[in-house]
Design a protein around this ligand. Structure first.
Ligand SMILES: C[C@H](C(=O)O)C(=O)SCCNC(=O)CCNC(=O)[C@H](O)C(C)(C)COP(=O)(O)OP(=O)(O)OC[C@H]1O[C@@H](n2cnc3c(N)ncnc32)[C@H](O)[C@@H]1OP(=O)(O)O
Ligand SMILES: [Co+2]
Length: 160
């Protein structure tokens, strides 16, 4: 009998916490994980690595606006974005200078409305990088949040 009572207590507490989460003003702001980005000094080597593991890997696409080449590795529930500097002023060059073998660069989270999300994070004192959203690799507006305000992780928001 005691275990049934504790089970009921547990389910009630879970129900309450989900209700409070749902009532949070920013509930639903953060959507799916769109991609995890990896900066690499050698785009072909990194692409071949995932091809050899049987993944579907796109061609490299220059993202002039962003100063990078991107390659997307398809996963069942998300993507890996391989990044390599494009041009002289790539925002990832300093990262690669520090991390010679490359490494995890950012995560990209989908949001319902990029402008709503940008004002919401600004209200929370999180710095955005860049004046206004730019069109990203998927043809959707994106905005980056400063890693120092995000627990040391560079976060990209992308309109779903
Ligand atoms: C298009 C496509 C898409 O998906 O659609 C993309 O993703 S484009 C992806 C490429 N575009 C971007 O990444 C745009 C946003 N990124 C930026 O604006 C820049 O990379 C940046 C401002 C985050 C960092 O620039 P930087 O490295 O030249 O600047 P600093 O060297 O001064 O770095 C400032 C502090 O941030 C830290 N830092 C730098 N980069 C990262 C990172 N990726 N993750 C976590 N921390 C980071 C540094 O260690 C340093 O910390 P400390 O002070 O402790 O040493
Ligand atoms: Co990205």
């Amino acid at each position: 009998m005691a275990s049934l009572r504790s089970l009921v207590k547990l389910t009630n507490s879970v129900a309450i916490s989900t209700r409070t989460m749902a009532s949070h003003p920013l509930a639903g702001l953060l959507g799916k994980l769109n991609h995890v980005a990896i900066a690499t000094p050698d785009l072909k080597k990194s692409s071949d690595f995932y091809k050899n593991l049987g993944a579907k890997v796109s061609e490299a696409v220059p993202q002039k606006e962003h100063g990078v080449y991107t390659v997307f590795v398809e996963l069942p529930n998300s993507k890996i974005e391989l990044l390599h500097p494009f041009g002289e002023k790539s925002p990832i060059q300093a990262f690669l200078n520090k991390n010679k073998d490359g490494g995890m660069h950012h995560i990209c989270i989908e949001v319902r409305d990029i402008n709503e999300a940008v004002s919401a994070v600004k209200d929370k004192g999180i710095r955005t990088l860049g004046e206004k959203p730019k069109i990203g690799a998927h043809g959707k507006p994106v905005m980056f949040l400063h890693p120092k305000d995000c627990g040391g992780v560079l976060i990209e928001l992308e309109q779903e």
